[in-house]
Design a protein around this ligand. Sequence first.
Ligand SMILES: Cc1cc2nc3c(=O)[nH]c(=O)nc-3n(C[C@H](O)[C@H](O)[C@H](O)COP(=O)(O)O)c2cc1C
Length: 165
Amino acid sequence: MDTIIAIRSRRSVRKYLNKEISKEILEDIVDCGRLAPSGYNEQPWIFVVVVDREMKEKVAEATTSGKFIRDAGACIAVFCKKTAETALEDASAATENMIISAQAYGLGTCWINVYKKSHSPKIKEILNCPEDMELMTLIAIGYPAEEPKTPPKKSLNEVLRWNKF
Ligand SMILES: Cc1cc2nc3c(=O)[nH]c(=O)nc-3n(C[C@H](O)[C@H](O)[C@H](O)COP(=O)(O)O)c2cc1C
């Protein structure tokens, strides 16, 4: 799929078909994530791909707004070194790369709020997160079982300025 089409057509998907995602596709999605830009090229990330049903259920249960992970083919948790100066930007760049590449594979995704939230320690514990790493983002991925609605988006005119405010 053309990149621009993938970006334009992506919407968050929260309902998934009961269909496995191949290891090859998941690996390629993570490969697109690890090629993202990062501050000082530190690449401070580790990507944990959860496909095991029980593990997915545990992660889903631990979230406050991602219970639908239970029905997703996989979820990917992005961890970064706590010491990385631009960890949040790095993780976000990698996350968006993975979201767009998943879209190109005909998969639906939803970013789930896990950065320094009250439920984050539980997810870190489930996934065996080492002490020196932080949980940055979590993405649910699966073959879509819904045609997601386009939420209201600001128009280009509302958000674009040329040269100065
Ligand atoms: C940082 C971040 C955190 C998000 N957290 C959640 C979440 O916890 N649960 C959820 O259902 N959607 C979550 N979303 C998805 C947003 O709700 C969604 O991107 C937004 O409504 C725009 O819709 P769209 O993705 O279809 O364009 C999150 C998105 C971002 C970028």
